[in-house]
Design a protein around this ligand. Structure first.
Ligand code: MTE
Length: 865
């Protein structure tokens, strides 16, 4: 029995929220507990292509600001109960979220093509009107869930997920099979390809699903347009997506545009190079070099695998256990899910590392939907009663006496499904680190007092902590029989394995691992032309990437012949580390190479030295807006100047609260001629909810007056000289005019250049600046900038631009678009030779890079600070 669209008015069918007549007949609360969405456009998104998407700030971002990939905090996810509110549902986006106008939702079209007799082009309105509609609870889960645990053993492809990349919603739409069968597929057809309307790096996201799965009503594979009774939100596929229950989330294609029936699997890039579990012996290197692994359909994953995760005790939860309460019961609880619709038959917990097990209670809320029979909900029929399959998560719990925690080292949990397949004890490491489902282990550690215990989860999605971090720091082998704890009564030989240094493993070429480089050889390359440098005892050549290095040539030449380990590790991403393999030459004969020295050197007239970290002291913090500060640092002596050429940056480094070194490049606000002082203007990235703050900006924000930080430099590719003359990548050049494009706190390099030009009386180089900010209060250094215009030789115009304009605003509004860009470039061409200087947030810089690419401008005339 399906909900019949014909029985409803258009208004009822197409309104976002269904006012079901059955609300009064049924216990509506049981099916759906309405909540208030806590979404808004967040600051972090405003400068990205997702600036139109409202989000819940409690979600933990796993890949920075963009693209948006997030999971809810584990306990918060669990506390929501069976149905996850849409705004707390995990999100996995490979690129920007398509913009779909509200008024166009019903006209959204998609096609059914390929091996069909009757190709179709349907609108969403057709889909709702012409096919039976259903509403059903479905758990979606990313194949990368729990990937961080594998990355901690050895970094593979893919970013860190904690254990909460899984959520359950009530999805409304029709069977995918109903649509495909209407197109009349060929008997030879074996797969349905699905393609989205987004446009990530490798083209529209697409993949496929075997046709037999689509046909199987027990699997309930759907095309859905509502989630929890509302039209889909942008992040979850507005206005239409596929939902494939029991199958890894990667196949539930969002923003659905094309369905192609075929006898072979999808040829989409994402189908080949994503969502596979390659055999465990395939290394990162093999996967990068040997394409056949990715083209082998045997390693493509469809069904999810069996998973159980402990939520309580939480990470860092503490319990005082003494004679008064040791016989009290503690409820250990969590959730589980499985693939292919298979029910989890049992879930067991062990407090003695798997010697004995306790059977847990399991609650399958999905069964209550099954027992309810047919119910109309949100414009579709709840039809769980039509199937035996389990397409949702379940909740498990067991109670144990608290005193057991005093003698136990850990709580492990495992599930077993009705085919007696059980979760493995050992991790199956694989290059994509997908479907990680080894026993979920919560370690039990002594607390701060003799009667306290504390619990540790394996790791935390987006920050340090958990037992894996601790064990690694102690030099233990996470994969050994005691999870690296080395504390055991466990008899039998213990072979302590060498601790894998993930960073190093990513960077070195195994064939060069044992090639010995002598200290003399290294010394010969302590030059700018052919620089070699050392990271973690291994030697790399910087020569092949001098021109392309995003951090500029100097960042490499500064460390020629030296140990650059600390600086390198502090600033480079995993991706950059992987690239280093190509430049690995061998292992350094001894570790005797000198690290940048901290020895007290004699005070020189200028502070900066490219090879020595110098200490500067915080003497003043000027608060200039809610999040912008000028930090004043005293140099080594009141007579000293920085020695920083105009337009260049310096490095600042310090240890963060986790003990790890953080290093960032800044262009100061103070002038290179100023004595005894260095002023750094920054925007502080404060933590919001569970989103951590900016590492360096929070170190600076929390610095006590009188404490020291280290500075080194100069670095950077551009240096302004005088009268329009400059050096760019050490080559001389000249410009009659500069177009300065700045955003937010990226004003500082432009500020330096302007200040220098106006202060040189004979220099009347033309300057046009575009300065973008969000709101009026974000504009930095307004008085100074306006003051620069008053210098007699000043040839300066400034366009201020805001994305949120106050009443009466006379400046520009919005962002730097193509029209404005063309206008600026035309203007510049009239001035003669010109240079474009750019410094702003990544979204702005990306947009400018695109404009440059699409224009006929010589890219070597553009400097990105
Ligand atoms: N569909 C499109 N068009 N683009 C995407 O980036 N990501 C996939 C899938 N569908 C993706 C997509 C992945 S990897 C997952 S896990 C799910 O969407 C996540 O769905 P959600 O963001 O609604 O939770």
């Amino acid at each position: 029995m399906a909900f019949s669209a014909a029985s409803r008015s258009d208004e009822q069918i197409f309104s976002g929220r269904e006012s079901s007549s059955s609300e009064s007949e049924y216990d509506y609360d049981f099916f759906w507990r309405k909540d208030t969405p806590l979404t808004k456009i967040l600051d972090i998104d405003t400068n990205t292509k997702d600036s139109h998407v409202a989000r819940d700030e409690r979600l933990l971002r796993l890949t920075g600001s963009h693209p948006f990939n997030c999971e809810p905090p584990l306990s918060l996810n669990y506390q929501q109960g069976f149905i996850t509110p849409s705004h707390l549902h995990f999100v996995r986006n490979h690129g920007a979220v398509p913009v779909v106008d509200e008024s166009e939702i019903m006209n959204w079209t998609f096609t059914v093509e390929g091996m069909v007799d009757n190709p179709l082009t349907l609108t969403l309105k057709d889909m709702i009107r012409d096919f039976p509609q259903y509403t059903t609870p479905i758990t979606l889960c990313c194949a990368g869930n729990r990937r961080k645990e594998q990355n901690m053993v050895l970094k593979g492809k893919g970013f860190n997920w904690g254990a909460s990349g899984v959520s359950t919603s009530l999805w409304t739409g029709c069977f995918l099979w109903d649509i495909i069968s209407k197109a009349n597929p060929s008997k030879k057809a074996r797969y349905v390809w699905m393609e989205g309307g987004d446009d990530p790096a490798k083209g529209p996201y697409g993949t496929c699903v075997p046709l037999h799965m689509v046909r199987d009503t027990e699997r309930m594979i759907m095309v859905a347009y509502k989630q929890n009774g509302e039209f889909l939100s942008p992040d979850h596929g507005k206005p239409l997506r596929c939902v494939l229950p029991g199958i890894i989330g990667g196949r539930s294609v969002k923003w659905l545009k094309r369905l192609v029936v075929s006898d072979v699997p999808s040829n989409n890039w994402y189908h080949y190079y994503d969502n596979k579990v390659l055999p465990t012996m395939v290394t990162n290197k093999m996967a990068a070099e040997e394409d056949h692994w990715w083209k082998d359909e045997r390693y493509t994953i469809y069904d999810l695998n069996l998973q159980t995760i402990t939520v309580y005790p939480e990470n860092d939860e503490r319990l005082i256990i003494n004679e008064t309460n040791e016989s009290e019961l503690y409820e250990i609880k969590g959730f589980g899910y499985n693939g292919g619709g298979k029910r989890i038959g049992r879930i067991e917990v062990s407090l003695d590392r798997g010697k004995t097990w306790t059977l847990c209670d399991i609650d399958y809320p999905e069964d209550r939907y099954r027992e309810a029979g047919y119910v109309d909900l949100f414009g579709g029929t709840v039809n769980v009663c039509d199937r035996m399959s389990c397409l949702c998560w379940c909740f498990w719990s067991t109670k144990v006496e608290k005193k057991l925690f005093k003698s136990s080292k850990d709580i492990v949990v495992r599930g077993m499904d009705i085919s007696m397949s059980a979760q493995p004890r050992n991790m199956y490491w694989n290059v994509t680190s997908m479907l990680n489902n080894w026993w979920y282990r919560v370690a039990i550690q002594p607390g701060d007092t003799a009667d306290e215990v504390k619990f540790e989860h394996p790791c935390i999605a987006n920050k340090a902590g958990g037992w894996m971090d601790r064990v690694k720091a102690q030099g233990g082998d996470i994969l050994d029989r005691t999870w690296g704890e080395d504390d055991e009564d466990d008899s039998g030989p213990k072979v302590k394995k060498e601790v894998v240094d993930e960073d190093l493993e990513m960077m070195i070429n195994p064939e060069k691992r044992d090639v010995i480089i002598t200290a003399e050889e290294l010394a010969k390359h302590a030059n700018k032309e052919d620089p070699w440098f050392v990271v973690k005892g291994h030697v790399f050549t910087g020569t092949p990437f001098l021109d392309e290095h995003p951090g500029g040539v100097q960042a490499i030449t500064n460390v020629a012949g030296e140990d650059a380990t600390d600086d390198f590790i502090a600033i480079h991403s995993e991706g950059s580390k992987l690239l280093m393999k190509k430049f690995h030459i061998g292992r350094l004969e001894t570790t005797a190479v000198s690290a940048p020295t901290d020895a007290v050197t004699e005070i020189t007239p200028t502070l900066l030295n490219p090879k020595v970290w110098k200490k500067i002291t915080l003497v003043k913090k000027e608060i200039i807006s809610h999040d912008s500060r000028i930090f004043h640092f005293a140099l080594e002596s009141p007579e000293q100047t920085t020695g920083l050429p105009v337009g260049k940056h310096l490095f600042i480094r310090s240890k963060g609260p986790d003990g790890k070194l953080v290093m960032r490049a800044y262009t100061p606000k103070s002038n290179h001629k100023q004595k005894g002082i260095l002023e750094i203007l920054i925007k502080v990235y404060f933590p919001r909810g569970d989103i951590p703050g900016g590492k360096m900006t929070m170190i600076l924000e929390n610095m006590e007056m009188g404490t020291q930080i280290e500075a080194k430099g100069p670095t950077g590719e551009f240096e302004y000289l005088e009268n329009g003359n400059f050096l760019y990548n050490e080559k001389p050049g000249r410009a009659d005019s500069f177009l300065l494009l700045a955003g937010g706190s990226g004003i500082t390099p432009c500020y330096q250049v302007i200040a220098e030009i106006v202060s040189q009386e004979k220099d009347n180089t033309k300057m046009k600046m575009f300065y973008a900010n969000r709101a009026l209060g974000d504009i930095l250094c307004y008085e100074d900038l306006e003051g620069f215009k008053k210098f007699t030789n000043a040839n300066l115009e400034i366009d201020y631009c805001l994305s949120e304009t106050p009443e009466g605003w006379k400046g520009l509004t919005g962002y730097l678009n193509k029209e404005l860009w063309d206008q600026y470039i035309e203007e510049q061409k009239k001035n003669g030779e010109f240079m474009v200087l750019v410094c702003g947030p990544p979204g702005m810089v990306g947009a400018i890079e695109k404009l440059v690419k699409e224009s006929d401008l010589d890219p070597s005339r553009v400097v990105y600070f």
